[in-house]
Ligand binder design. Structure first.
Ligand code: PRT
Ligand code: ZN
Length: 283
């Protein structure tokens, strides 16, 4: 039985639960219990505060956990990141009052900076040879300059609206973060095998999200060009149309190249292009 720790409530909760669901793992919990067992996969889920997850995984109370990279690195526990999950994206940044003229990092020298991330901030400043007074606080970091508690802050940013409404501007980015799956270094052989099975499923879900299934009709004279453009998983499927000289092509296209590929397909006289989301993809 593999034990996974996920956030009990907060920004990562929904996406963590959704990921397990997309992996076909169903939980039979009542709402808001400390733990829940999956009934169709050897997994037990612990619901915890995100700050506690690195320690629990390190101690082996949980075998794996879903947590922000920012929390994991700040807690500095000796556990492995086994998969970057792509949700909960944010950055850890230093912000100063808008009115402060800022041209280089040297201007932070001598300032008092409020943060809930003292370790990551200290490391960053050391690397940049800047001396500041780090003031560790536990929350509402963004109001610290306004109430005279600090000159600047170091906090998580996603849209930037919190900084904006508090009269602050982002000047240095310390870390780009996202939710990760982290694992204890000493998993039993049995749990390692369960983790591999889980990773295969996560990978299938994530790969599917990054790809689309594409169907189109094209004149046979353009097929070579289209095959080069849409190599597919092994190679594209080609079926002749009833109309002489035409074929139907089926393949996959990567989300990132999508519009570029569509434009080229039009140049190659493709018609009736249909694009369909993929639910799972195992390559
Ligand atoms: O109760 P528990 O301790 O479990 O939760 P928490 O309150 O400590 O964490 P939570 O739920 O707020 O965040 C969990 C994780 O989500 C973080 O560790 C990050 O990895 C990730 N994440 C992604 C964020 C944000 N985006 C984010 N914007 N965490 C916090 N914020 C906060 C930020 O601190 C600031 O107050 O949102 C505000 C800024 O947002 P914008 O959009 O105004 O820039
Ligand atoms: Zn927390």
């Amino acid at each position: 039985m593999l034990k996974i720790a996920i956030q009990k409530s907060g920004r990562l909760y929904e996406d963590s639960i959704k990921l397990l669901k997309e992996c076909g793992i169903e939980l039979n919990n009542g709402n808001k219990q400390l733990k829940a067992a999956a009934y169709n996969f050897p997994l037990e889920v612990y619901f915890l505060r995100d700050d506690d997850i690195p320690q629990y995984v390190y101690d082996g109370v949980a075998d794996i956990g879903i947590v922000g990279e920012n929390v994991l690195l700040e807690k500095d526990k000796n556990i492995d990141i086994v998969y970057k999950l792509g949700f909960g994206r944010c950055r850890l940044s230093i912000a100063v009052p808008k009115s402060m003229g800022y041209t280089s990092i040297a201007e932070l020298d001598g300032l008092k900076i409020a943060t809930t991330y003292p370790l990551l901030l200290e490391k960053f400043l050391k690397e940049n040879n800047v001396n500041v007074e780090i003031h560790e606080i536990s929350g509402s970091v963004e109001i610290a300059p306004g109430i005279g508690l600090a000159d600047a802050i170091c906090d998580l940013v996603s849209s930037g609206s919190t900084l904006f409404t508090n009269g602050l501007k982002e000047v240095e980015t310390i870390l780009m973060s996202q939710a990760v799956l982290a694992a204890n270094k000493d998993l039993s052989i049995e749990n390692r095998e369960i983790l591999q099975k889980l990773l295969l499923r996560i990978n299938a879900v994530k790969t599917a999200k990054n790809n689309k299934y594409i169907l189109l009709n094209a004149p046979n004279s353009q097929l070579k060009n289209i095959f080069d453009l849409l190599p597919g998983m092994k190679s594209p499927t080609v079926v002749p149309l009833a109309e002489e000289g035409w074929s139907s092509v089926q393949s996959v296209v990567n989300e990132n190249d999508f519009w570029e590929v569509i434009e080229k397909l039009k140049q190659y006289e493709a018609e009736g292009i249909i694009v369909i989301p993929i639910e799972k993809m195992i390559v």
